[in-house]
Design a protein around this ligand. Structure first.
Ligand SMILES: [Zn+2]
Length: 229
């Protein structure tokens, strides 16, 4: 499932690889995996960094992370609770704890943590800015929260991933609300095993936010997004 091709300038590739928030992201210079679970370690061979949003089983698999880290020597960026579960097996210089508003650079790619409205110990969401300023917002399992509007205005997101199910309290409407607040170029409904939830999200978007495109991803397929002109 690794992405062989390299995106052109001002472009990123992404793959949604499980029914949760598992996203593989490739920029012109770096490959990042977010919340990998339910995946073979070999499929993440060329990963430069792994980002973890919170400690729940559908986002953090310590054994898998440890195996990938050993094989690739990649950097792990994680919320405080996940960091605690990883620090016995990941070398200290490869494990970086992150809290909302903190930023960590992976080469020229920026990873910034923000608040996450989800019932976990110290969950975060991630703003990833590619070396040529393509802006991706991975909102983990978050429910909508008011500060998203200001984040959207400040960042002008190209892609926002919106949870539409499985996590407590989430549904197509809460996912849509995240899109409505952040107003990205492209909104992607994920964290669901139900295509009905995704199409419900799409119709809400079409009706209420016609300037945001909806991209309903298929699992393990490569998608391309270019920077908003
Ligand atoms: Zn989840």
């Amino acid at each position: 499932m690794s992405i062989q091709k390299t995106p052109e300038q001002n472009t990123i590739f992404f793959v949604w690889f499980n029914q949760y928030a598992g996203i593989l992201l490739k920029t012109p210079t770096k490959t990042l995996a977010i919340d990998p679970v339910d995946i073979k370690p070999k499929s993440l061979q060329n990963t430069d960094a792994i980002l973890i949003t919170h400690e729940h089983y559908d986002h953090l698999d310590p054994r898998l992370i440890t195996e990938i880290q050993k094989a690739t020597d990649c950097t792990i960026i994680a919320d405080a609770a996940s960091t605690k579960k990883l620090h016995h097996t990941i070398p200290t210089d490869k494990l970086q704890e992150i809290k909302p508003t903190q930023e960590i650079k992976i080469g020229e790619v920026s990873v910034k943590a923000e608040k996450c409205q989800h019932n976990a110990q110290a969950p975060v969401t991630y703003i990833i800015t590619s070396e040529d300023q393509v802006k991706i917002y991975h909102t983990a399992d978050s429910l909508p929260f008011p500060e998203l509007a200001a984040l959207g205005q400040r960042e002008k997101f190209d892609v926002v991933f919106c949870t539409v199910g499985i996590a407590p309290g989430t549904n197509p409407q809460t996912g849509f609300e995240i899109a409505r607040l952040t107003k990205p170029q492209v909104a992607v409904p994920y964290h669901t095993a139900s295509s009905t939830s995704q199409t419900e999200f799409a119709s809400l978007l079409k009706k209420e936010l016609p300037r945001t495109a909806c991209l309903i991803p298929e699992l393990n397929k490569i998608y391309q997004v270019s920077k908003r002109k």
